[in-house]
Design a protein around this ligand. Structure first.
Ligand code: MRU
Length: 349
């Protein structure tokens, strides 16, 4: 099972450098929290669940060798948490994982520091293990929604590379293929950084799942010709009403899917929900460097002096979503009511 991030025996954060895929497969060993923060910012590690996992390991390595008093230890933890939380604003899994790590400290105020360090390590590893289990479960639940011989269109990369392993949207594709239900995957290129063409295609090759890469502007044509049976995407943050932030371009696909009466499925773990936000309009959208649009893999493709706008995510209104697949179950409309019911249930577990 491909894991894009893991903690080594000697406590380095190992990541596969996703900036260099698919041309080179390079593993990096990060030993400082600043390196982990930089890796998240520059998308060496990316995808909502994966950045949460990397951040949990990052905050652990920031404090693991600290032996001075509790207050200084906590202060160092807070600084590391702040640094990691400043890397990317949209995927809520990042903040969720960091808060979960801080809870370990809050719940054990009387433990000596060396024991807290051990607990933090265990918690970070657990966050990754749980994510992997969630992805496998989502795969099983989501595969049941696929028609036989499905031609699935997906956007960006919501695969093993974006998670603790296995993937959310691609977990559904993997399981669906295993069950003989997936005939073809349309892989949206995903401009400007090509997470589809570079990463999803690489995962499909690795798994031997039949796929074709298409540029983002081809989806409408494919749908109009009856060549897409279902759209499946991941998510970076889901508001209480089901509005879903995901990679820029997802919203356009949802509008197209509705027009062509094609089911539009979001697959995301419970850690991607942000019930503090009642609607998607309140989700902070990351704006990235304009050079990502003005250049193509480092080569200028626009006139000198050209300016660009580069929002990294958009929000799909919940009325365009057919199902949200989570590890706790498949949520159907009406989303506000059903999300609350599922997550309230989750709190009780
Ligand atoms: O900017 P990225 O590559 O981190 O964006 C990733 C996405 O938008 C994914 O679709 C999302 O994080 C879901 S990953 C399981």
């Amino acid at each position: 099972m491909l894991k894009p991030v893991y903690l080594t025996e000697d406590d380095a954060v190992a990541i596969i450098d996703q900036r260099r895929l698919p041309l080179e497969v390079v593993w990096l060993k990060l030993r400082a929290v600043s390196e982990v923060a930089e890796a998240i910012k520059t998308l060496a590690v990316r995808g909502a669940p994966a950045i949460g996992i990397a951040a949990a390991y990052g905050v652990y390595i920031a404090v693991k060798d600290f032996t001075e008093g509790y207050d200084a230890f906590y202060e160092r933890f807070r600084k590391a948490k702040k640094l990691l939380a400043s890397t990317r604003p949209t995927a809520v899994n990042l903040f969720w994982a960091l808060d979960r790590m801080e809870r370990v400290l809050k719940e054990n105020p009387l433990l000596p520091v060396h024991k807290l360090v051990k607990k933090l390590r265990a918690e970070a590893v657990k966050i990754q293990e749980e994510d992997l289990e969630s992805c496998i479960r989502m795969g099983e639940l989501g595969a049941e929604l696929l028609p036989d011989g499905a031609r699935v269109l997906t956007h960006c990369n919501a695969g093993a590379l974006a998670t603790g392993g296995y993937g959310t949207a691609l977990g559904v594709v993997r399981k669906g293929y295993e069950k003989g239900r997936v005939e073809l995957v349309w892989v949206d290129e995903t401009r400007p950084l090509l997470q589809g063409a570079r990463l999803t295609a690489w995962e499909m090759e690795y798994e031997g799942i039949p796929y074709k890469v298409v540029t983002d502007n081809m989806a409408g044509f494919l749908m109009s010709k009856g060549m897409v049976d279902v759209v499946i995407v991941g998510a970076d943050r889901i508001a209480a009403n089901g509005d879903t932030a995901n990679k820029i371009g997802t919203y356009s696909l949802a509008v197209l899917a509705r027009h062509h009466r094609i089911p539009f499925i979001v697959a995301a773990p419970v850690s991607t929900f942000d019930l503090s936000l009642s609607r998607g309009a309140d989700i902070p959208i990351e704006e990235r460097n304009e050079l990502e649009v003005l250049e193509f893999r480092g080569v200028r493709v626009t006139p000198k002096g050209a300016k660009a706008y580069n929002p990294a995510f958009d929000v799909t209104p919940s009325e365009l979503i057919s199902f949200i697949v989570t590890e706790k179950g498949v949520i159907e409309p009406p989303f506000s009511k059903n999300i609350e019911a599922l997550l309230r249930n989750e709190d009780k577990v």
